[in-house]
Design a protein around this ligand. Sequence first.
Ligand code: HPA
Ligand SMILES: [Zn+2]
Length: 340
Amino acid sequence: MPSTPAPSPSTGAPRPPLPKAELHLHIEGTLEPELAFALAERNGVKLPYATQDELRRAYSFADLQSFLNLYYALMAVLRTEDDFADLADAYLARAEAQGVRHAEIFFDPQAHTARGVPIGTVIRGLARALDGAQETYGISTRLIMCFLRDESADSALETFEAARPYLDRITAVGLDSAEVGHPPSKFKEVYALAREAGLKCVAHAGEEGPPAYVWEALDVLGVDRIDHGVRSMEDERLVARLAADQVPLTLCPLSNVRLRVIDDLAAHPLPAMLDAGLLVTVNSDDPAYFGGYADDNFTAVRDALGLGEETLRTLARNSFRAAFLDEATRAKYLAEVDAH
Ligand code: HPA
Ligand SMILES: [Zn+2]
């Protein structure tokens, strides 16, 4: 069993970050300005920003949609298999430094096929980086293919059919993009097909949308996890259901602040959610845009909410409990948390 190195008294080396699983991470949201400019140059794409600093100054968002506008625009630099492999590899290197042992990674095929990039280019590029992740970074990985909920149900069905040759590389389907006005029930058919094909199912719900969308994700789509779900706290019956079934919620605290889902981190409902017996996890969503990767989110909630070591360990354990892992691997990771 791998053991965590103890802090070295002689060098005063800082303690390594808690081992954790990252369960809510959009690979396109890990596109840092430095790589965006490098890929723009490589592909001859002109960005509407003169410098990396100018781009960073655009990272001030009023809501989810204002973020999504920039998120989709910057993807113009991603064109080739190498681009997707480089993007994922850069993420994995950062994740390793943040104590991530297992990463379940979202991607948005429609955001690329709409620009003329074939789905096979996206999946083969990402898969190439993920194939080397265990050996290079000590990180096990899964891919989650997301449908854009502000596109049509037919577009999601076409995307699923286009992905069929690659389903052995895909663990789950998800649902993301602009939430309000696009309830989970719109995607009932494609989720049924995904389940028939043996895939797991997750969906963003209750980020900007109401608790009713979380109910639909559970009861109409049959999801295994809810992404975000912070607004579930507005519905007592829903909280009871989520607690009774131990449905994992993949919270993204820094994202919630940047997208103004909550006013500030000190007001985050995470402690109340833990108190209510919910299986909550802490994740980074779109770390290049929201100011931090997995451990940065752990540190931020620790500092803003005064979480103690045992609570942080519970959050790390929850991340492995909620992950799509075989039981032997899950037990190995949980033992690493206990030993930390
Ligand atoms: O935070 C998010 N919410 C919805 N869709 C997204 N796509 C990337 N990030 C997000
Ligand atoms: Zn998200």
